[in-house]
Each structure stands twice: as structure tokens, then as C-alpha cells.
Design a protein around this ligand. Structure first.
Ligand code: MN
Ligand code: MN
Length: 470
């Protein structure tokens, strides 16, 4: 029979051998909690200013230029400490800080995405029905449609008029500006609707946005409400109805980012996925100093629709950028890529006890337990995922440990519950080592997602430590 252990011995052995999963808050000193809080005050301002990919790129360009970044010139030779950015069509951006060793040992990449689920306008959106003017929408990304009714929406985007004039649109965010909404049926009359499946209760073709109800004053004529709305749009933006065909107009939730909880420990906002990783990645780039290896921060578009398109990471824009860096130093792009390392910074699901049955509690990420790693994403038998190697997970884990970055690792829900992907596989397919890391989110893809401030800050510290690693 084995020797009976003393209580103290058991405690010691547990500490040595078992994973300790205490709430992360207990592992963070008060000064660091305060730093997380300050970091998140600026993050909330960023969220309120950057509600679309175009607005985030504008924010990134402005803050990068203030930090000394200049537009990238592929014909130029750069030196250690030089800071450059490449604005890809106003919808995606790459920032690079040239390292002491340049690309010689590969580059360090952090990639996040800046598009979020929303309601886009169709090419012919405006119509009048029963004396109300409406805009027809086509949703973008994975949404639960019922969540988009009866909430205030704001209008964002860009119209390019017939004469070529570019008009930037942002309406419904400032005090006193009008907002918009998708209506829903009153419960009194919803007996039939309430019997439907959640996926059928609100259909895509019913996500029509109400935009006005007053006609032009006239004795007769049809479509007078529609005409009045078009007249107002013309007065404000110079648009005619046909100009909708060459416009990227997105409707997003109009509410502002706000602290959640009596203790102010969380932030509720639209678009945490994935601006909650894009902002820490951007800040890590701006604060990069002169790293050992060149660091490359990518804020990409189109992730929510599969990363296809020339502003998404399933295109070659990042590959070409790194190839330019490589050639400027006389290196083969493929030799740089194969030595490069990447954190694919995207959100993960936070365990929600209200929906516990969708998660596997032992392998979930939790609010306040730090930046969440995912060794693989995908669905079913790890389909549609690039799994990080044991070696690369170990390397990142050690960097986090050495720099007091609180981290956790988990899967996105139960094995057979569904799944999801990130940009990781597109970068891994370029022969780069990639690991998914990011902030755990409650109510992901809803109009009002929730994250923990500690986790946001830890994601920043994690990316920063990765950039500074030798
Ligand atoms: Mn995402
Ligand atoms: Mn997403």
C-alpha cells in the first residue's frame, strides 16, 4: 500500500502537477487592474470612432502617423526602427516596424480583423410602402436576425457619386442626429410568429430599415415619401437614387461602448469581434520601439465572410507586403515567410453559464482569465483549421509566462456544437507558424457583445511581449 500523504504534501504536489484555474483577478495586482482600466478607456473611445472597417483604418492611419509611421514605399530601403504603413484600399491596413535584424530571421506578425457583422444596403435599397420609406438590406456575416430588430441603428459608409465625388457617411452617432431601426411585431399579434423557429421568426427579407414617413407636400403623385427621403439625401450627400449602386453603406448598432456591471469590470459594445484584438494589436505596433525582428501588424477586412476579396487575408496583400520587405533586404520572400511567426488575434467564445450546455466547461475560456489561446479552431473533426504545433504553442506560452501575461487555452464550445474559423489558416498556408489568441467574448456576434477589461489588457501585453521577444 502507498504511503499516506500529509495535507501539506498534497497541497504542494497539486501546485507542482495540476493546472491552477483560479479567477484571473486574484493573480493581478491592483496597479495592473488600474492599467487595464486606463487602457480600456481609450479602447472605448476607439470603438465609438471605429464602427466599420473604413473608420478603423482611418483611425489607424491617423494614430500611426502621429506615432511617426509613414506610407510604405517598396522601392525604399529601410533601417531598424523605421515605421511604415500600407493602406489597402481604405479597408485594411498593415503597419510594420523594422527590426534590428530586419527580416533575416523572419518577421513577427499579429493579424486581427476589423469588419463586424452588420446590415449592408442592397443596390436598389430605397422604397415606399404604406406611407413609410424603407431601405432594403442584405446582412453581412453570421447574425441571429431577431437581434437586429427594435434597436437603434446608425448609417456609415461611402458613396461614390456619378461624377466621381467620394462622400463619407456617418449619421446617427452624434447627439441630435437621427437614427434608424428595423421594426418588430408587437407580442399581442405575434401568436403565429412566436410559434416559428428562431431562425425563421425574422427573415432576411424582413430586415428592412425604416428611414422616414413624411411626403413632399404636393396635391397628387405617388412615392412622395420616398421622394422626400431622396431629396433629403441629395441635400445632405449630393446623392441621387442611382448613386446607391456605387456605395458601401452599412447600418450598425448606434449605441456607444459602455462599462457593464456594478464593478465596471466589463465593456459592452458593438464590434468587439474583432476590434477588441485589433486595438491591442494596433497599440502594440505603435509602442513597438525597435524590435529584434521586424514586426508586422495586419488589420484585415472580410473575415466575417470568409476572408475572400482583395482586402481579406485569403488574398495575397500581406504576402506581397512581406515579399517587398524581403526583397528590399535582398532576401527570398519564401525564406522570410518560412521563418516567420504569427499571432492570429481573434476573439473566442467566453463560457456563458446561461448556455452551459453549448460549452465543454473544462476546455472553455472564461471571462477574466486572460488572453485565450486556441490551438486549433474549425468544426467537427478540426475541419477548416490550421492547428498550431506543440513547439509553437510552447514558445508562445513561455513568452506569456516570462512577461506576466495572464493566459488561458480553450476550444470554441462543444466538439459537435458547431464551430468557427479565423484568419489563422490563410497565414499558416503561407508557411508561417500561427497560433490563435484573443479575447473571450460573451454574446459574440450580437449587436452588443461583452468582454472583460482584464482580458483586453492582457491581449495587448501578450502581443507586445511577442513583438519584443528575441
Ligand atoms: Mn472574429
Ligand atoms: Mn466573428
Amino acid at each position: 500500500m502507498a504511503k499516506k500523504m500529509e495535507t501539506e504534501e498534497v497541497k504542494k504536489l497539486k501546485e507542482e502537477l495540476l493546472v491552477n484555474r483560479k479567477n484571473g483577478y486574484f493573480q493581478i495586482p491592483d496597479e495592473k487592474v488600474k492599467k487595464a482600466d486606463d487602457f480600456c478607456e481609450d479602447y472605448k473611445k476607439f470603438l465609438n470612432q471605429g464602427k466599420t472597417e473604413r473608420e478603423v483604418v482611418r483611425y489607424a492611419v491617423k494614430s500611426a502617423e502621429e506615432a511617426g509611421f509613414v506610407p510604405f514605399d517598396p522601392a525604399k530601403k529601410y533601417n531598424a526602427g523605421d515605421k511604415v504603413y500600407y493602406n489597402n484600399r481604405g479597408r485594411a491596413i498593415i503597419l510594420a516596424v523594422i527590426g534590428k535584424n530586419g527580416c533575416k530571421n523572419g518577421v513577427r506578425i499579429a493579424a486581427a480583423h476589423i469588419d463586424s457583422p452588420r446590415l449592408d444596403l442592397k443596390p436598389h435599397p430605397l422604397y415606399e410602402k404604406d406611407d413609410i420609406a424603407w431601405l432594403k438590406t442584405h446582412y453581412y456575416g453570421g447574425i441571429k436576425k431577431y437581434q437586429w430588430t427594435a434597436i437603434p441603428l446608425s448609417m456609415h459608409g461611402r458613396a461614390v457619386l456619378k461624377n466621381g465625388t467620394k462622400v463619407d457617411i456617418r449619421l446617427g452617432e452624434e447627439e441630435g442626429e437621427p437614427q434608424f431601426c428595423v421594426t418588430d411585431l408587437l407580442p399581442h399579434l405575434a401568436a403565429e410568429q412566436m410559434e416559428k423557429k428562431l431562425s425563421k421568426a425574422i427573415e432576411g427579407e424582413n430586415l428592412n430599415i425604416t428611414v422616414g414617413s413624411w411626403p413632399v407636400r404636393a396635391d397628387d403623385g405617388d412615392n412622395l415619401v420616398k421622394l422626400n427621403i431622396m431629396k433629403l439625401l441629395h441635400d445632405k450627400y449630393g446623392m441621387t437614387e442611382e448613386d446607391f449602386v456605387s456605395a458601401d453603406i452599412e447600418f450598425v448598432p448606434a449605441f456607444k461602448a459602455s462599462d457593464i456591471g456594478f464593478d465596471h469590470s466589463m465593456i459592452g459594445a458593438y464590434g468587439h469581434d474583432d476590434r477588441v484584438c485589433a486595438y491591442p494589436a494596433l497599440m502594440a505596433a505603435l509602442h513597438a520601439g525597435t524590435p529584434e525582428s521586424t514586426v508586422v501588424t495586419v488589420l484585415a477586412d472580410k473575415e466575417e465572410v470568409g476572408s475572400d476579396g482583395n482586402t481579406g487575408l485569403n488574398s495575397q496583400f500581406m504576402h506581397y507586403f512581406i515579399a517587398d520587405l524581403a526583397r528590399a533586404e535582398g532576401m527570398e520572400p519564401s525564406h522570410v515567410l518560412q521563418q516567420s511567426k504569427c499571432l492570429s488575434a481573434d476573439v473566442t467564445a467566453a463560457f456563458d453559464p446561461n448556455y452551459a450546455s453549448a460549452y465543454e466547461a473544462i476546455n472553455s475560456c472564461y471571462i477574466n482569465n486572460g488572453v485565450g489561446m486556441a490551438k486549433y479552431t474549425g468544426a467537427r473533426g478540426k475541419s477548416g483549421s490550421s492547428e498550431a504545433s506543440a513547439e509553437f504553442v510552447a514558445e508562445i506560452r513561455n513568452i506569456f509566462e516570462q512577461n506576466d501575461v495572464l493566459w488561458q487555452i480553450g476550444e470554441l464550445g462543444k466538439v459537435d456544437a458547431g464551430g468557427g474559423g479565423t484568419v489563422a489558416m490563410f497565414i499558416a498556408n503561407l508557411d508561417v507558424d500561427v497560433l490563435d489568441v484573443g479575447v473571450p467574448v460573451l454574446s459574440m456576434h450580437s449587436p452588443f457583445e461583452v468582454v472583460s477589461k482584464l482580458d483586453v489588457y492582457m491581449t495587448y501585453l501578450g502581443i507586445k511581449a511577442f513583438y519584443e521577444a528575441k
